[in-house]
Structures are given as structure tokens and as C-alpha cells.
Design a protein around this ligand. Structure first.
Ligand code: GLN
Length: 305
């Protein structure tokens, strides 16, 4: 049996507590603006089912772009390689909600983790299942073991009321024929997807299939080993937007952030981590979250490098 990771988490929480300057919660979605930047939680789920946690690790928060990992995995499992005809897998070097590359690249977004790419993936999932956000919620409930995990309707409404940029992205891609569903249907699904609430414990456990090389919690196969590698690789190169290079340098793990302040990370074959603190840096990544993951891999040596 490997040594307990609990002392490591306790140490990280103590260190992060004294971090100067915690960033600011996202305010372009008004329902997220009131989050307390002083909150901090972190959970690690090992493949044998052991879960360690510290701080606010059981407090639900807005998962936001973290959900892009799960919709990608679900769409890939149903559609396979043809999915990549609709979305690329190169880092964008641009902010998560940028429009600029889309016109040069004929409405094919750079990768599934910027908003444009995630909208395409949700559109594919909607076509494949008839209920993209519902499929995602069922999957997360099953994988986390939390049957109460749900959409925060207040956040979904707030995103919808302030969703001009995402609407612009969706309409623009539709003009290139890269969106199959009516744009209002797609946006509703996407905003509901982003507004799912979950805790660090829920998300660390639900991400386990990526550490198990594609195997779900019930032992069934969601992704082939090769597909799980692909999702982890795209997380490493694109999961933290235009900060992915710095994240790889500091943390050395596949990771995915969201503007709710959460970040998930995968140590393939070993464990999954989720950290949450709502204060964001300029690029939309949790300041304390990245610092905590940096300390985690530094203290444990659990990195892919
Ligand atoms: N719902 C958010 C948006 O579409 C997700 C962005 C994020 O978490 N980076 O703007």
C-alpha cells in the first residue's frame, strides 16, 4: 500500500492559505461573481477507491469548463474519430472565449476545450443522444456516486442572460455548417452543462476513468486505452487555454480548469485530483488551484514527466 496522501494535502492547504493575492472570481457571469475567493478545497481519488480531502473539498461549486472533458469523452465514445472532423486538437494560444481564429480556420475550432470547440462537441453529443446536458449529468452522477449532483438553474439562467459571446461563436460556426442543431437548442444545452454543480470529491472520483485508461467505475469501457491517452494529451496541451504551457511546466499533469475556480488533473494509472478556489488569474485559471497542483506534484513526484 502506498503512503497516505493526507499529510501532503494538509501541508498544501496550509501553504496555500498564506498565498498573497488570490485573483478574482469570474464576473462576466453575474451568478459567479459573489463567490468567496477565500474558499479552498482539494481532493485526491486513488484507483483503489481511497479518497483524501482537505478544506472545502465537499462543497459544491460551478464546474463550468471542467465539463468539457466529460462531454469530449462521451462524444468520442459514441462517435469515434469522425468527431475530429468538426474540431481540432492544437493549442489555440488565445483566450477561452476568443473568436479570432474561427474565420481563418473556416469555422473549425482549434480544440475541444476552448468555448468554440466545446460548443461543437456539445452539438455532436446533442445529435447523438438528444439530450447532451442530461447525458452528461447522468454520467457524472454514475461516476461520482452522487445521485444528487445537478444543474444550478440560477447559474444557467445567468449564463443564458449574458451569453452573447457564446451565441456569437455558435452562430458563426453554424454559418460554416459546423453546427447541426438550432443554435438556441445548442446554447441551452451548453449553458446547462456548464452550470452543473459538483464538489472536489465528486469530480476527483468522476474523473477516475481517465486514470484507469478509459474504464468506468462499474468496470465497463467508456474509451479505449488509446482514446483515454488522446483525451489526457489534449488536456495537457489545451486544458488551461493560453496558460497550458505554464501549467504543464509547473504541474506536469493533464488538467482542465473552469471559471468557477475548479481544476481537475489526472495522474494516469495512479490517481485523480480536483482543487477548487474561486479567485482567477487573467487567463481564467484558479490562482490557488494552480499553486496547489504545483505543490502537489512537486511534493509527491506524481507527474507524467
Ligand atoms: N460557461 C463558461 C463560458 O462559456 C465556461 C468558460 C470557462 O469555464 N472557461 O463562458
Amino acid at each position: 500500500m502506498s503512503p497516505s496522501l493526507q499529510p501532503v494535502l494538509d501541508r498544501i492547504a496550509a501553504e496555500v492559505r498564506s498565498l498573497p493575492g488570490r485573483g478574482r472570481p469570474a464576473d462576466y457571469i453575474p451568478a459567479l461573481a459573489s463567490a468567496d475567493p477565500g474558499r479552498f478545497g482539494m481532493a485526491v481519488a486513488e484507483l483503489d477507491g481511497t479518497v483524501y480531502g482537505v478544506g472545502d473539498w465537499r462543497v459544491p461549486f460551478s464546474t463550468q469548463s471542467i465539463t468539457k472533458v466529460f462531454t469530449l469523452a462521451l462524444a468520442l465514445s459514441l462517435e469515434g474519430d469522425p468527431l475530429w472532423e468538426h474540431v481540432g486538437r492544437e493549442p489555440s494560444g488565445n483566450p477561452f472565449n476568443s473568436l479570432v481564429q474561427l474565420e481563418y480556420e473556416n469555422g473549425i475550432p482549434r480544440n475541444p476545450f476552448i468555448n468554440a470547440g466545446a460548443l461543437v462537441v456539445t452539438d455532436r453529443l446533442q445529435t447523438l443522444t438528444g439530450d447532451a446536458a442530461g447525458t452528461l449529468r447522468s454520467f457524472l452522477r454514475a461516476e461520482s456516486g452522487n445521485p444528487g449532483l445537478d444543474v444550478d438553474e440560477r447559474v444557467a439562467d445567468s449564463e443564458s442572460a449574458h451569453g452573447d459571446r457564446n451565441a456569437a461563436l455558435a452562430h458563426f460556426m453554424a454559418s460554416y455548417g459546423n453546427i447541426a442543431n438550432p443554435v438556441p437548442t445548442l446554447l441551452r444545452q451548453y449553458f446547462r452543462q456548464c452550470s452543473i454543480e459538483a464538489s472536489c470529491a465528486d469530480l476527483a472520483v468522476a474523473t477516475g476513468f481517465l486514470a484507469r485508461h478509459g474504464i468506468r467505475s462499474d468496470g465497463s469501457t467508456l474509451l479505449t486505452r488509446s482514446q483515454a491517452k488522446q483525451v489526457n494529451a489534449v488536456m495537457l496541451t489545451c486544458g488551461t487555454y493560453d496558460a497550458a504551457g505554464d501549467f504543464a511546466y509547473r504541474v506536469g499533469l493533464p488538467g482542465k480548469s473552469g471559471v468557477g475556480g475548479g481544476i481537475i488533473a489526472v495522474v494516469p494509472g495512479r490517481c485523480t485530483v480536483c482543487v477548487w478556489s474561486p479567485g482567477l488569474d487573467q487567463r481564467g485559471n484558479s490562482v490557488a488551484g494552480v499553486a496547489a497542483l504545483d505543490r502537489f506534484t512537486t511534493l509527491t513526484g506524481l507527474s507524467v514527466f
